[in-house]
Design a protein around this ligand. Structure first.
Ligand code: FAD
Length: 388
């Protein structure tokens, strides 16, 4: 019998397995796909967030700041390319200024290092193509390939005697008196941790937990900029504080590309990497959840805008051109897409913070959207101490 079974071989599951294996626990990671990190871990902006956005005192705020520092140190030790390319959050309208003030207050409360407030002239010194009324500059925001990080975590797990199985779908975690039966895999373990990303609510329900949230998949599509020289690092708009999404941004990747996006469109499948992918069970689960109708009633205007961004490359480019006016529709080509596993509460609120739920012998990660890849090492420490 293993000490701990971990369902889900994404960056959070692998980081958790690593933390436990390094504490001397015998672990097994069970991943349904035939490769690790197949979902959010390899379909994201690749940004190492510094912790600007999150409500002071929240798990996101604490674990992002701690996790980013740990991640830079980890990448240095392992020889994984990671670069502090810096980030600008640019205010382009008067209405953005108050929100930028609030963002600055949050960032300072969260302990984000070396933050600077910039005026219009200073913006071009950092990003020559960017324009705006004011900006926040975070020099410690960076970029990395989270797939490479997850692969290194997996190597650490194996080095510390852990086992990793792919093609192993967990149907449920059934708690017995002295162990957890990992249904569908033949594994038994003293404890279990579920890190199932977009399927986390489903696994929790199948395991007898009663989560009061459901995962609603939000598709995030990107374009690729054909003039990457226009962007040095990360350039973001000032986000709407009522939503957990950061807005259409320009992201330099560690591979040298610049991505424009992502969109944020509610998707009819939890793996809707192609716009046309539709799964009746996923859509049914989304529509049956009372929070969905409440979310739609409140955010229908935003939903229509997102639909327009998804349908029209020109409109998506226009969003980015608000802060980098030199970008036009001819400067992009189609890019990748990712699916955010975002928890939605019964009352229609998009759950902002990370959510972990404990049943007797199991911990379920029920909400680990951005910046969970950045925060993965810190999330793993939290879960490992919870399991202990
Ligand atoms: C468009 C987009 C942009 C993002 N940008 C950033 C960013 O710039 N910076 C950042 O820090 N974060 C970013 N994120 C968020 C980040 O990618 C996620 O928070 C992180 O990858 C979550 O990792 P995870 O391991 O929880 O989920 P995943 O990587 O989705 O892994 C979950 C795994 O569980 C497996 N699984 C599910 N059910 C089962 C089962 N029953 N049995 C076995 N296995 C199962 C799945 O196959 C999957 O491999 C972004 C996300 C998206 C979608």
């Amino acid at each position: 019998m293993h000490d701990v079974a971990i369902a889900g071989g994404g960056i959070v599951g692998l980081a958790t397995a690593r933390a436990l294996a390094m504490r001397g626990r015998t672990v097994v990671v069970l991943e349904r796909e035939d490769r690790l990190g197949a979902h959010q871990t390899t379909h994201n902006s690749g940004v190492i967030h510094a912790g600007l956005y999150y409500a002071p005192g929240s798990l996101k705020a604490r674990l992002c700041v701690e996790g980013a520092a740990a991640l830079y140190a980890y990448c240095r030790d392992k020889g994984i390319a990671a670069e502090r390319c810096g980030k600008l959050v640019v205010a382009v309208r008067d209405a953005d200024i108050e929100r930028l003030d609030e963002l600055e207050r949050r960032a300072r409360a969260n302990g984000v290092q070396d933050l600077a407030r910039l005026g219009p002239g200073d913006i071009t010194a950092i990003e020559p193509a960017a324009r705006g009324l004011a900006a926040l500059h975070s020099p410690n925001t960076g970029m990395v390939d989270f797939g490479a990080v997850a692969a290194a975590y997996a190597d650490d797990v194996r080095e510390h005697g852990g086992e990793i199985r792919s093609g192993a779908a967990v149907r449920a975690l059934v708690e017995r008196d002295d162990h957890v039966e990992v249904v569908g895999t033949g594994v038994r373990a003293r404890h279990a941790v579920a890190c199932a990303g977009a399927w986390s609510d489903r696994l929790a329900l199948a395991s007898g937990a009663r989560p009061d949230v459901r995962i609603v998949p939000f598709r995030g599509a990107y374009l690729r900029l054909t003039r990457p020289d226009l962007v040095r690092g990360q350039i973001y708009p000032v986000p709407d504080p009522a939503l957990p999404f950061l807005g259409v941004h320009l992201s330099r990747t560690i591979g040298g590309e610049v991505l424009v996006g992502p969109t944020a469109l509610m998707a009819p499948a939890r793996d809707a990497y192609r716009l046309a992918t539709f799964r009746r069970a996923d859509l049914g689960a989304t529509l049956r959840w009372p929070g969905t109708a409440r979310l739609m009633r409140r955010w229908w205007r935003t939903g229509l805008t997102e639909l327009a961004h998804a349908a029209s490359r020109r409109l998506l480019v226009r969003e980015a051109a608000r802060f980098v006016p030199a970008i036009g529709p001819a400067d992009v080509r189609p890019g990748p897409a990712g699916i955010r596993a975002q928890a939605l509460a019964r009352d229609g609120t998009l759950v902002d913070d990370f959510v972990l739920a404990r049943t007797g012998r199991a911990v379920h990660v029920l909400n680990a959207p951005s910046p969970a890849a950045t925060a993965s090492l810190a999330i793993a420490e939290l879960i490992a101490s919870e399991v202990a």
